[in-house]
Design a protein around this ligand. Structure first.
Ligand SMILES: Cc1ncc(COP(=O)(O)O)c(C=O)c1O
Length: 464
């Protein structure tokens, strides 16, 4: 018998893992210390057969894996790495394509170009917008905001691409108090600073006050970027984008939307009331590895003014075939040159789910989030703190003074995680300790939500 090669072995191990994931604990049972022991050791001196190494890797890491592809995982905002995307991603790795340039990797480039068109159609965004395939929403926000910064400066007569930021005219950035932490990272990477951004107050759901924004914009004429949000990380709330877009239009400001997961609401007609108006923005960041269920990593930087996008991110060098003659070259819209060919997995995922499959999934997840809230809201000592408008549920536990409730909520989270039937994590939300539940894993059904509700109620009882 021929010994199994590393690829065959990896395939077998991966299939076995996926088949068994429903029965695994929800969260890893080993932490970083144990993982360090299992993976650590002296620097390898002599090499070993690859299949042996792969077998050891799988065995060593098993207890340190989160069951985030299964139906008992509700932590952070993590998609389930759908098999279609995983399979296509395996091929991308096996083919070893460098998606940096259309001549160097024509299949990878066109997989992105075609997928970009479908994506814009499904998300109902301008067909002529450019799409950069990034590592995630952090880099998508970064790429979009680079285009925004440079375009706004250009309007003020300043060429950031050539002259940099030293001596540039002031640029005002407006952002809601409950924006995602990574948007502030993007501002930091772009030399725009975080403390100088004008913070706009938000309501109990985390939605920006559009009237305050309009007044602040009017009082600060000149180049400006407004960063709105579709899908607050805890509550799933959307900023009032139509009013925000109107204020931006009056002020000539660039409107960017961070829709890491919320932008996918545009794929579900039943969520039109929430998602309509987002098309008025100038740029949008979203993730593939969240609601689209792509394997890590994949995000999309979408910019209405493709030229502004290309000017901010484009790469040219004498040894690289030029892309001027092409509508689309992947390297023109992302910060990297050499990079993973993400278009294959995205292409496969859109083909596998289709427009209707994405809409069904988003609709199902939102209905399941409402089901969870409905099951819990009348239970003693459980509070549902958010309007469940999307897929996120924010919970708090206990009674009495705030300190006692916060302590109880921490205890319930710890107990739930200790029981390890289902996984959810915590956060601080408007100065309260909360449990956050994210319903975003592809396979989830009603029974899974009922199991989660049962696990939460059990944790509440156990901590009384
Ligand atoms: C609203 C929002 N923006 C940005 C991000 C960052 O996305 P990523 O981790 O894919 O870079 C997240 C991640 O959860 C998010 O929820």
């Amino acid at each position: 018998m021929t010994p199994q090669g590393p690829l065959e072995l990896a395939c077998e191990l991966a299939c076995r893992y996926r088949a068994a994931v429903a029965g695994r604990p929800a969260a890893a049972t080993a932490g970083v210390e144990e993982m360090n022991e299992r993976l650590g050791g002296p620097t390898p001196e002599a090499g070993r057969p690859a299949a042996e190494v792969i077998a050891q890797l799988a065995a060593a890491t098993e207890p340190g894996l989160m069951s985030s592809t299964g139906a008992r995982f509700f932590g952070w905002v993590i998609g389930a790495s759908h098999e279609a995307g995983v399979a296509a991603d395996w091929l991308a790795s096996a083919w070893g394509q460098n998606a940096g340039n259309h001549v160097g990797a024509p299949a990878a480039a066109q997989a992105e170009a075609v997928t970009a068109r479908w994506l814009l159609d499904i998300l109902r965004l301008p067909a002529a917008a450019s799409v950069g395939f990034t590592t995630g929403a952090t880099m998508a926000n970064f790429a979009c905001l680079a285009a925004a910064r440079n375009a706004q400066m250009r309007r003020a007569g300043w060429d950031v691409e050539l002259a940099g930021l030293a001596g540039a005219p002031p640029l005002n950035v407006f952002i809601g108090d409950d924006a995602h932490a990574t948007v502030f990272c993007a501002l930091r990477y772009l030399g725009l600073g975080t403390a100088t951004a004008h913070r706009i107050a938000t309501d109990a759901q985390g939605r920006m006050d559009a009237k305050m924004l309009a007044a602040r914009l009017a009082a600060a004429p000149g180049p400006a970027i407004v960063i709105a949000q579709a899908g607050q990380i805890n509550t799933g709330a959307f900023d009032p984008v139509k009013d925000i877009a109107a204020a931006c239009a009056r002020a000539g400001a660039w409107l960017h939307v961070d829709g890491a997961f919320g932008l996918w609401a545009r794929a579900e007609p039943g969520l039109a009331a929430l998602a309509d108006g987002l098309e008025l923005a100038d740029s949008w960041a979203t993730d593939g590895h969240k609601w689209l269920q792509l394997p890590y990593d994949c995000g999309f930087a979408i910019v209405r003014d493709a030229e502004a996008h290309r000017r901010a991110m484009g790469i040219s060098a004498s040894y690289l075939p030029p892309s001027d003659a092409l509508d689309y070259d992947p390297s023109q819209f992302v910060p990297e040159l050499s990079r993973r060919a993400r278009g294959f997995a995205a292409w496969a995922m859109l083909q596998t789910l289709g427009r209707s499959g994405i809409a069904e999934m988003v609709r199902r997840h939102c209905a399941l989030a409402r089901r969870l809230a409905a099951r819990l809201e009348d239970v003693a000592e459980i509070e549902v703190l958010n309007d469940v408008v999307l897929n996120q549920v924010v919970l708090a536990f206990g009674s009495g003074p705030q300190e006692a409730r916060d302590a109880r909520t921490r205890a319930v989270i710890a107990r739930l995680q200790h029981d390890n039937v289902c996984f959810a994590g915590g956060a601080t939300w408007h100065e309260r300790q909360v449990m956050r539940v994210s319903v975003i894993s592809h396979p989830l059904l009603e029974d899974d939500i009922d199991r989660l509700a049962g696990a939460i109620v059990a944790a509440v009882r156990a901590t009384r």
